[in-house]
Design a protein around this ligand. Sequence first.
Ligand SMILES: [Zn+2]
Length: 108
Amino acid sequence: MKNEHEIAQGAQTPSTPRRTRPPRLDWAAIAPSVAQLRRQGYSARETARRLGLNIKTLEAHLRRHRIRHAIPMDRPDQVRRTCLNCDTAFVADGRFLRLCPDCRAIFS
Ligand SMILES: [Zn+2]
């Protein structure tokens, strides 16, 4: 284990040779904002736009963390669903709704 040396040296080095991966996002800082927007009913797409995130990045994050409890359900006939078109988690007003509000707007 020689990692200590590298960490000590490269703490703030601007010329990091890692170029294959996109910059790591500080999800610990972003997640509360994401959860808040989602609670307010914003779609993943809108949430990503407002936070300046890539939609794919955000969707991957949401899938990873399964934010089941981020969207409150206030009526018994509401169902948690994943949009058939864009995989966004949303709360449907009935069992037969399979598209999120965004996609419904696009397709209707
Ligand atoms: Zn959708």
